[in-house]
Design a protein around this ligand. Structure first.
Ligand code: CMC
Length: 389
């Protein structure tokens, strides 16, 4: 084919224009539709930001109220879909449960799947935003062996989600404003991040004209890996191992630098940020706030801060421009809220959902959209004949 350059990991390959998110990795800048991430994260709600990413502008009060009401109306899962969870083992990783259930949504809405009908695209959008948190909470309840609750649509988006996770049949759930605010902020910080691995997956699947449920289920699977969204769970495992082993933090860092097999500083480094990840700064602030207001003292936060300090002053990390990324401190907050580590990447998925939807829709509306189809350089056998039989 005349192909003579390869780009492993698509480090230098652009495949789309986009008007959604701007990143300047050298300066540590992130903006949603032009708005700086710190302003968005402190002044907006999750659904407002979802609207901003999907439709391009902040919603008016009326638009937001209508969007919120439509999403509330769609929170229930089909009863048969609730029973899908019975078929999966308690030990299943909640990310696998999440992608399976999202994929299964395609089976319930076959009449609303036309990707060229704007009304059906709206329905797919609203159904996903409404149902993903419910599916996520059921994945959690399944893992801990508790009964599923039905959503309570009087509650806000975030409180409804927290109640579905932490309420029980026996006890009414009391929303805690500190946790609700912190979770909302974390979700907003994850809402979009331009052409990362999961978003590129959503776009590649979407480029075939597959529906939004199928495309986003694929994105969830891409997010699952420890080099991507799975890093938040891996960070907590790493901190816990350091604590349990009693190994000094500086020794652990030496092992990372010696590239001991399987030892990496999880939650550090980024393909695009060659400066402090602006999201990590905000997450670190939240970690202190949440722990303080809950009156929790967490040794893992101390270990994380010591790791960060050693790494930021060490030549290995400095020369490679490795800084904490968004996943470094999130697990500590999620843990303080009561989520088990296996739920951390699921929370990332709920956060990222509006970005996946916005990117899928941008692609679907782009007249230049073509089926994605990378090339290869063939390095196998030249033509040969089957042995005579
Ligand atoms: N610990 C130790 N060394 C590292 C790390 C790390 N976390 N990250 C990168 N390096 C080294 C790497 O070994 C390489 O060194 P050398 O030049 O000697 O071979 C150099 O830094 C460049 O790294 P790379 O692997 O070529 O960079 P990449 O852009 O391909 O990978 C990354 C980016 C995020 C996958 C990687 O930094 C990593 O594995 N980090 C740990 C996992 C993690 O925290 N992922 C979350 C990313 S942020 C949000 C998200 O997507 O979820």
């Amino acid at each position: 084919t005349g192909l003579n350059t390869l780009d492993y990991g698509f480090v230098n390959t652009g495949a789309t224009k986009s008007a959604i998110t701007y990143i300047d990795g050298d300066q540590g800048i992130l903006r949603y539709r032009g708005y700086p991430i710190d302003q968005v994260a402190s002044g907006c709600t999750y659904l407002e930001v979802a609207w901003l990413l999907i439709y391009g502008e902040l919603p008016t009060d009326e638009e937001l109220a209508g969007f919120d009401a439509r999403i509330r109306r769609h929170t229930l899962l089909h009863e048969d879909l609730r029973r899908l969870f019975d078929a999966l083992p308690h030990s299943a990783h909640p990310m696998s449960v999440l992608s399976s259930a999202v994929s299964a949504l395609s089976t319930y809405y076959e009449d609303d799947m036309d990707v060229d009908d704007p009304e059906k695209v709206e329905l797919q959008t609203v159904r996903l935003l409404a149902k993903l948190p419910v599916i996520a909470a059921y994945a959690h309840k399944k893992a801990i062996g508790q009964a599923f609750l039905y959503p309570d649509n009087k509650l806000s988006f975030v409180d409804n989600f927290l109640r579905l996770n932490f309420g029980t049949m026996a006890e009414p759930y009391e929303p805690n404003p500190v946790l609700s605010k912190a979770l909302e902020r974390l979700l907003i910080l994850h809402e979009d991040h331009e052409q990362n691995a999961s978003t590129s997956t959503v776009r590649l699947v979407g480029s075939t004209k597959a529906n939004m449920f199928a495309s986003i289920s694929a994105g969830i699977n891409a997010l699952y890996g420890p080099l991507h969204g799975g890093a938040n769970e891996a960070v907590l495992e790493m901190l816990q191992q350091i604590k349990d082993s009693g190994e000094p933090v500086s020794r652990f860092v030496e092992r990372v630098k010696n590239k001991e097999r399987g030892v990496k500083l999880m939650g550090f480094g980024h393909r695009v940020y060659k400066n402090y990840d602006p999201r990590a700064k905000l997450v670190k602030e939240s970690a202190h706030e949440v722990l303080q207001s809950l009156g929790v003292q967490d040794d893992l936060l101390d270990i994380a801060m010591e790791l960060e300090q050693i790494a930021l002053e060490d030549e290995y990390f400095v020369s490679r421009k490795l800084y904490p990324n968004v996943d470094f401190y999130t697990g500590i907050i999620y843990r303080a809220m009561g989520f088990p580590p296996r739920m951390f990447t699921v929370l990332f998925a709920i956060g990222r959902l509006p970005g996946w939807i916005a990117q899928w829709r941008e692609l679907n509306n782009d007249p230049l959209n073509k089926i994605g189809r990378p090339q290869q350089l063939y390095v196998g056998h030249p033509e040969r004949d089957l042995p005579a039989r």
